[in-house]
Design a protein around this ligand. Structure first.
Ligand code: IPM
Ligand code: MN
Length: 357
């Protein structure tokens, strides 16, 4: 009897259910191929939770995800819930979930698939071979800082980081760099912000324990520009919550579509695996979403959480094969497409590639 894994499933809103269903298909294909079993348990979050229970993060979800080996998540939010008070919005549910789970380290790889090198809006020689890991701090910074207040004439938020919060995210970045090209670029705004001054000092201190890793610092405005100018200069980028949110969206376009890039939110007992894109309400329910980011997130889950490296590789190879065979969802249809396929067709093609490999 092989291993049994418990995976929490949060489909969420918009295209969430469609893309998560395809990731489940693909996970099932890897389970039968590599001889393990997956037990899924579904939980509500975001708009779906609001509709059912009145709040975006029900207590059953908080308690339930903690019983899992890992959690796979689609996306949340949509115009239907945009006018609710802030603490009742779907986004507050996701932020609360990350905080409750303690997943402070968000790994957002930006890689360019050779097959899609023409899909980027940037020139091929700029993006081909790009392989960046953005390490975004996820449970602190201005997203969570107190005090915060909205008033009609004055509103404010607080950007706060403690030494310990900076230290632990820096360690994650250096550990990852040790397995890659051994270069870390820490991104901040130390020329203006005190919080960044501390960030820089602490990252420097952590670097003392990683003498093999080359550390550089960059201001966030320059980093945004450098990502577009010459992305290949980066190996690992480490940054705070809001800078990481912005830079990872920018980095995603190096790959051609935000529909391609996965993420892993780790750092605690149970990790949360989610595509970096949102719920795309404009295309929800049409079956045209790209499930690759979520499927690739499932691969990260197998690798980082369940230690099923071979299964993770098989998913990544299956995605590359689907692309090199010319299958494209709408978002990447303009580039060397042999056949435009739906969300569920893309999922089946990838799952079949795994079963046949
Ligand atoms: C992301 C999203 C979220 C964030 C939103 C939906 C709260 O943009 O995962 O990048 O800002 O973290
Ligand atoms: Mn974002």
């Amino acid at each position: 009897m092989g291993k049994i894994y418990k995976i929490g499933i949060i489909k969420g809103d918009g295209i969430g259910p469609e893309i998560v269903d395809e990731a489940i298909n693909v996970l099932d294909a890897t389970a039968s191929k590599f001889g393990f079993e997956i037990q899924y348990e579904e939980f509500l979050l975001g708009g779906a939770a609001i509709d059912e229970t009145g709040i975006p993060l029900p207590p059953e979800t908080i308690a339930g995800v903690k019983r899992q080996d890992a959690v796979l998540f689609g996306a949340i939010g949509g115009p239907k819930w945009d006018n609710l008070e802030r603490h009742l919005r779907p986004e507050s549910g996701l932020l609360g979930l990350r905080k409750e789970m303690g997943t402070f380290a968000n790994l957002r790889p930006a890689i360019v698939y050779d097959e899609l090198v023409n899909a980027s809006t940037l020139k091929e020689n700029v993006v081909s071979g790009v392989d960046i890991m953005v390490v975004r701090e996820l449970t602190g910074g201005i997203y969570f800082g107190e005090p915060r207040e909205y008033g009609q004439d004055k509103a404010y938020n607080t950007m706060v980081y403690t030494r310990d919060e900076i230290k632990r995210i820096a360690k994650v970045a250096f550990d990852i760099a040790m397995k890659r090209d051994k270069r870390v670029c820490s991104v901040d705004k130390a020329n203006v912000l005190e919080v960044s001054q501390l960030w820089r000092e602490v990252v420097e201190e952590v670097a003392q324990d990683y003498t093999e890793v080359e550390l550089t610092h960059m201001y966030v405005d320059n980093a945004a520009m450098q990502l577009i100018r010459n992305p290949k200069q980066f190996d690992v980028m480490v940054t705070g919550n809001i800078f990481g949110d912005i830079l990872s969206d920018a980095a995603s376009m190096l790959s051609g579509s935000i529909g391609l890039l996965p993420s892993a939110s780790t750092g605690s007992k149970v990790g949360l695996y989610e595509p970096i894109h949102g719920s795309a309400p404009d295309i929800a329910g049409q079956g045209i979403a790209n499930p690759i980011a979520t499927i690739a997130s499932a691969a990260m889950m197998l690798r980082y959480e369940l230690n099923e490296e071979e299964a993770a590789n098989s998913i990544e190879d299956a995605i590359k094969k689907a692309l090199s065979d010319g299958y494209r969802t709408g978002d990447i249809s303009a580039f060397d497409a042999k056949e435009i396929v739906s969300c569920s067709e893309m999922g089946s093609i990838i799952a079949n590639n795994i079963s046949k490999s």
